[in-house]
Design a protein around this ligand. Structure first.
Ligand code: PNS
Length: 166
């Protein structure tokens, strides 16, 4: 049987427990999940963490699960998905406010590649308001984000916000 490969694309700056929840839930219908950090080639330095750092954190968070791997891509998501022989794109939708943006992207991706299906998953209710941008902001202001990220990511945030290596 053909392996079912799903792509979970995003910025993952950094990976949160909400992302982790969605990625792990994808294994209910995919044999392998590629957690793909999307970026523009000219914007490597943008964001709190570099692309390599984001991938390192993703790899560490999913180290227990051989069916999950990290990747990064530039250009169109549909082109990246083709290179991985993936037929599924998995996105987390937290609230109605996410839906409009995600709906537009899903329909555009369908126009670009009709053989790719986008699947929306809802995170666990405790993660339904969680976003990496809120985590970055709260952490940068000294707030406690330990309920929202894995201990390893928490440590990276602490290092970064105390002026650690960039
Ligand atoms: O975490 P984000 O910011 O929601 O991630 C957005 C991402 C990387 C998934 C999205 O911007 C994307 O798919 N970028 C790749 C470029 C592309 O294919 N654009 C057209 C999408 S309709």
């Amino acid at each position: 049987m053909t392996e079912r490969i799903a792509i979970c694309p995003g910025s993952f700056d950094p990976v949160t427990l909400g992302h982790e929840d969605i990625v792990r839930r994808s294994l209910a219908f995919a044999d392998r999940v590629v957690v793909a950090v999307g970026h523009r080639a000219t914007q490597q330095k943008q964001g709190l963490f570099s692309i390599a750092e984001r991938r390192e954190m993703i790899d560490a968070v999913f180290a227990d699960e051989p069916r999950i791997e990290s990747a990064d891509f530039t250009g169109l998501l549909v082109d990246f998905a083709r290179t991985r022989n993936a037929r599924l794109l998995v996105k987390g939708v937290r609230a109605v406010s996410d839906f409009e943006y995600e709906f537009g992207m899903a329909l555009m991706n369908r126009e670009l590649a009709d053989d790719l299906e986008t699947v929306f998953l809802m995170p666990d209710v405790q993660h339904s308001f969680l976003s990496a941008s809120l985590v970055r902001e709260v952490a940068s202001l000294g707030g406690d984000v330990s309920q929202f990220v894995s201990p390893l990511v928490l440590e990276r945030l602490r290092e970064r916000n105390s002026g650690g290596a960039s």
